[in-house]
Write a protein of this length. Structure first.
Length: 146
């Protein structure tokens, strides 16, 4: 009986200490935002005329060399040419800016259009430092009529 009490007290003490560690590492469970000056800024310029009509919804995104997004994608809007993305840093690796059809639905469907836009991805490699801006340029082209 005495041994059981000791194990119970020891277990409770371990649980309380684990909770203290979690609380100290992230008080209140809130995500702390990074100041813009303390983050890496990627600025993507998309050269597409404002009067362009689109059949699909497109998104501008920055991905790493493994294909993972480093910041949330932004929906492309005709007439808006600059898109800013932020990432905690510094990081070393590959960053790729691209314009892709935004998937919708659980299967990532999209509309079938006579003409679709595509871009050659803009790629940078190296060390990306906090407080600096890295610029990418995308030049959408129309795919041939199907």
């Amino acid at each position: 009986m005495k041994t059981t009490k000791h194990y119970l007290l020891f277990s409770i003490a371990m649980i309380i200490s684990a909770m203290n560690v979690v609380w100290a590492s992230n008080p209140g469970g809130k995500i702390t935002p990074v100041a813009i000056g303390q983050a890496i800024r990627y600025q993507v310029s998309v050269a597409l005329p404002a009067e362009t009509s689109l059949c699909n919804v497109y998104q501008v995104e920055i991905i790493d060399g493994r294909g993972y997004q480093v910041a949330p994608a932004k929906i492309f809007t005709p007439g808006v040419s600059l898109y800013d993305f932020y990432e905690r840093g510094p990081v070393t690796g590959v960053r790729i800016a691209r314009l892709v059809i935004a998937p919708f639905g659980k299967d990532g469907d999209h509309y079938i259009c006579d003409r679709e836009y595509f871009t050659t991805p803009s790629v940078m490699q190296g060390t990306f430092e906090n407080g600096k801006t890295y610029k990418f340029e995308l030049f959408p082209q129309v795919s041939p009529i199907k």
